[in-house]
Design a protein. Structure first.
Length: 359
């Protein structure tokens, strides 16, 4: 799981408060007139109001309305945290986790973040879950990690919903339960989690914990692929190769595999298509060998694949085969051979081949 701990500015909407000056403070904050907000908050903070102390600390920490002052922010957060004010406890914990203004101390971070988590701050619940999961600042405890992730997930925190799904899928901190995993992945996927969308698509594709459903598999895999998820892009290629929920389509498959070329499996899939005689894939393999993209740079191997495609009357193959003759790459340089292959490609409308013939 990715690290979730990071400090970000939390300027709380005041809402119901014990402040006598709620309206002017809120008005200043809404207008981003932080200097005025500080002037109004300072006497309240000095008088011991924990909420004022916490908001003032955020302003000092971010340097909004005043010069950035981390020591002052820490002092204010500590005062508010010691009054059991949850937002301040969370912020103080994050400062210890990030080593901002204090020596990094995960034990101290975990203490304050857990105080906030136990007062139902969802971000704190997510982060203390991550710390229990990774054994950061305390002994690793998957059961407690799941418990806190679930609390945050029930407050619609998407990262936590995804984490709960992965823990049920892997049986960490609980008995493995693919049905529960599906439930939580769907919640996160509906909220836009790319990883959850991919996992949901993969589970519908394989029938893991749910009846195989090619339509659902395609739907969720495409959502993740369209957002750049590399393995989802790879799976889209496999879906079209195998005709899972769609007609088999080598062109579509190759298009998806091209997008996934950072994945070693994608190049292997393209090569398999090439070895089966699919000319556009042969051209792609040729380009890979010519440029050392995912395979060793071997110009003679590139020529061989371009030739295979050219002999099948593939315009791109003919053009690239001709280009190798024109440049003397992997074959003896020959303008005559180059022109012959460019002419074949140009006859099929290949624009680059046409341009070469006009030189």
């Amino acid at each position: 799981m990715a690290q979730l701990l990071s400090r970000s500015l939390i300027l709380l909407v005041l809402g119901t408060s014990v402040f006598a000056q709620v309206d002017p403070i809120q008005a200043a904050m809404d207008k981003k007139d932080y200097a005025t907000a500080i002037t109004l908050l300072r006497p309240l903070a000095d008088g011991g109001d924990a909420q004022a102390q916490s908001i003032l600390a955020e302003l000092y920490a971010s340097g909004q309305g005043t010069k950035k002052n981390i020591p002052e922010a820490l002092a204010l957060w500590r005062k508010a945290a010691n009054k059991n004010y949850a937002p301040a406890q969370y912020s103080l914990g994050l400062m210890y986790a990030g080593g901002e203004g204090v020596k990094r101390d995960y034990v101290e971070a975990a203490k304050w973040i857990r105080f906030a988590a136990d007062q139902n701050i969802p971000e704190a619940q997510r982060d203390i879950a991550q710390m229990f999961y990774g054994g950061q600042g305390m002994k690793r405890d998957y059961a407690l990690a799941l418990d806190y992730f679930r609390r945050a997930a029930q407050k619609n925190m998407v990262e936590a919903q995804y984490a709960v799904g992965t823990m049920y899928a892997s049986g960490q901190g609980t008995k493995q339960d693919y049905g529960e995993a599906i439930t939580w992945f769907r919640k996160a996927a509906d909220a836009g989690s790319v990883d959850a969308q991919f996992n949901l698509g993969a589970m519908y594709l394989s029938g893991q914990g749910v009846e195989k459903n090619p339509t659902e598999a395609l739907n969720w895999t495409r959502k993740a692929a369209d957002k750049g998820h590399t393995q989802a892009i790879m799976n889209m290629g496999l879906i079209y190769i195998n005709g899972t929920g769609v007609p088999k389509d080598k062109g579509q498959a190759l298009g998806w595999f091209r997008k996934a070329q950072k994945n070693p499996d994608a190049m292997a899939a393209i090569r398999a298509m090439a070895e089966e005689g699919y000319a556009p894939a042969q051209v792609e393999v040729g380009l890979a060998f010519e440029n050392g993209r995912g395979v060793p740079k071997l110009v003679t191997e590139a020529v061989s694949w371009y030739r295979e495609a050219a002999m099948q009357n593939n315009a791109a193959g003919q053009y690239n085969y001709g280009r190798m003759y024109a440049e003397g790459k992997g074959v003896p340089q020959s303008d005559t051979e180059a022109a012959a292959w460019f002419a074949k490609a140009a006859k099929q409308g290949h624009s680059q081949a046409k341009a070469r013939l006009k030189r």
